[in-house]
Design a protein around this ligand. Structure first.
Ligand code: NZQ
Ligand code: ZN
Length: 391
């Protein structure tokens, strides 16, 4: 196991009706003027935004609002949010929504206290300082409610990149599984896929002897395997929603990623797809992961065989472990298809003729020098082959 520091100070407030305590938590974390930041309208239609505002009113907390965050959030609205916060003397940014609203809120929070262009953080500069952020989560997926990360797309060139820093970890996150019952089945499935991707990206490690985190990841994958189909079948199943919501947070606040190298090649390869085609991140991952895993299988066959046996119930073939490893990837792929995820480029809306462009931005965009690295290092030729496997 590698040395590590793990700092995860977010206060998680979990359960039914917890959104009514939002004002109380903003006060606890010293917010006095709040920007409420949300997406395209689901929180307006569900009445959630009104309930949150009421809880702020009850505590006498002033606020301004900025809605309109798109899935795969854009830099334009971040600039707008930064200006608004400066003008209104905002000291706390509250996201009400999914990963996109939360990531946009984090970018605004970091940008307000930074003199340069906030995009510097998305080009690799670490975020050391930010306004306080809080969240009321409406979809179990990205894990941004507990992560130190934010992913934004720069409109100019449609470049999608991540930024990181403990300063943007939310001070509190309100997790009420009931809020996720209004999700369309497709969005629920995208969330499930993303959560499982966050687990796989950590499972694919080059660090030896990481039994604790291996076992935690396997437990969370087994939970997702069991609960995923239950919410697709019955969107109102509170207990299944609850287990998925907490698994989503655990999958990405890095409690099961510490002390080990991680992969993230599938995420990097997918981010180009959601940037170019504006598809859902989870849907892009469903097409990307089986291709990447198959491509890198020989790097460590036993790692893939282990997850095949422990999570997907495959029989270990000791003479031909690669057979077991492949069965595990196939079982995962079939699971994703069974919950309604796309299986190839066409179903995602991606085009074969765009592959050179995807590879160029992936491997050369924003200072990269011809490759991406994680579990294995992938150059432009590798990435071209992987995208072709998705056709
Ligand atoms: O915009 P509204 O109207 O709210 O609708 C949203 C949106 O259309 C809808 N939705 C959310 N909650 C709902 C709901 N509809 C009905 N009922 C509800 N309760 O769902 C759609 C998707 O929302 P979005 O916020 O985009 O989803 P998600 O949480 O999957 O976030 C995706 C973004 O997070 C990034 C992704 O790249 C993508 O841009 N990621 C962020 C990470 C992080 N910060 O740590 C890590 C992830 O790997 C990921 O890359
Ligand atoms: Zn993700």
């Amino acid at each position: 196991m590698d040395n590590f520091e793990f700092y995860s100070p977010t206060c998680f407030v979990f359960g039914k009706d917890t959104e009514n305590q939002t004002g109380k938590y903003i006060k606890r974390f010293n917010g006095s003027k709040v920007l409420i930041h949300y997406g395209g309208g689901s929180v307006v239609r569900s009445g959630l935004l009104d309930r949150v505002k009421k809880s702020l009113d009850l505590e006498g907390i002033a606020y301004v609002e900025l809605g309109g965050v798109q899935p795969n959030p854009r830099s334009g609205l971040v600039y707008e949010g930064i200006e608004l916060c400066k003008k209104e003397d905002v000291d706390f940014v509250l996201a009400v929504g999914g990963g996109s609203s939360i990531d946009s809120a984090k970018a605004i929070a970091a940008g307000v206290v930074y003199e340069g262009d906030f995009w510097d953080f998305y080009k690799g500069k670490r975020i050391e300082e930010a306004l306080s952020v809080g969240t009321v989560l409406t979809i179990a997926a990205a894990g941004s409610e507990g992560s130190p990360d934010s992913v934004i797309t720069k409109e100019e060139g449609m470049i999608k990149r991540g930024a990181s820093g403990d300063a943007i970890r939310p001070k509190f996150s309100i997790l009420n599984p009931s809020l996720t019952t209004t999700l369309p089945a497709y969005q629920s499935a995208c969330g499930i896929t993303d959560i499982m991707a966050h687990l796989y990206e950590r499972y694919l490690t080059n660090t030896e002897e990481v039994e604790v985190t291996d076992r935690l990841i396997e437990a969370l994958l087994l939970t997702m395997k069991h609960e995923g189909p239950r919410v697709i079948e019955d969107p109102n199943n509170y207990e299944a929603r609850a287990n998925i919501m907490w698994a989503g947070t655990m999958a990405h606040n890095n409690s099961c990623g510490v002390g080990r190298s991680q992969d993230w090649n599938s995420h990097n390869i997918e981010h180009e797809l959601s940037a170019l085609y504006d598809c859902a991140h989870g849907a892009g991952l469903a097409v990307t992961m089986p291709a990447v895993f198959t491509y890198v299988l020989n790097h460590n066959i036993m790692r893939f065989a282990k997850v095949a046996v422990r999570v997907w119930g495959c029989q270990m073939d000791f003479e031909h472990p690669e057979v077991t490893a492949k069965e595990g990837i196939e079982a995962f792929r079939n699971y994703l298809i069974s919950i309604g995820m796309p299986r190839n480029f066409a179903e995602l809306g991606a085009k074969e003729e765009d592959i050179p462009k995807l590879v160029e931005i992936l491997c050369r965009g924003d200072g990269r020098e011809g490759s991406i690295s994680g579990f294995v290092t992938l150059n432009e030729d590798d990435c071209t082959k992987i995208y072709k496997m998705m056709i």
